[in-house]
Design a protein around this ligand. Sequence first.
Ligand code: ADP
Length: 169
Amino acid sequence: MDVQIVKGDITKVQADAIVNAANSSLLGGGGVDGAIHRAAGKQLLEECKRLRETTLKDGLPSGQAVATEGYNLPAKWVIHTVGPVFAKKTDRSDTLASCYRESLRVADEIGAKSVAFPAISAGIYGWPMDNATEIAVRTVQEADTSVETVIFVPFSNDAEEMFHEALGR
Ligand code: ADP
């Protein structure tokens, strides 16, 4: 697997699939979720609403992933996953790792060979960036998947540095 780090806006990335750090409602939010919905257009929200009315009546649990089309995005697909909220007293690292594994499993299902990830949980959900990037890189490298290219998309210089550090380990 080829692992790349490309700083910038994930909504601009040319990959078969981009991953959305969504919330359980799948009905949009702030951060990368808001940016993806704005760039993809309202059809994305409509497809998410349909998922909520059919297969995901209670929403998408954290650590799981589901695919939709990408609509106006350069990416063909959006894989929505819900990161865990960071908590000092409970170790939710397994759930964060599951977001990466499940996203790659869904990518395999839809035949996506290149997948771009933001730093899941490392924004509004409060996960420390150094640990979030470490879990991201390790989990992707250990995953059993047919995905050929993973692109990590840090949004800040700090995040970019930490992804490089994690990849260098
Ligand atoms: P979460 O709720 O999982 O923490 P956020 O969207 O708040 O999700 O943040 C996840 C990471 O995505 C943060 O590091 C944030 O800076 C970054 N981010 C926000 N907008 C974008 C974007 N357009 N492209 C890539 N990363 C983004």
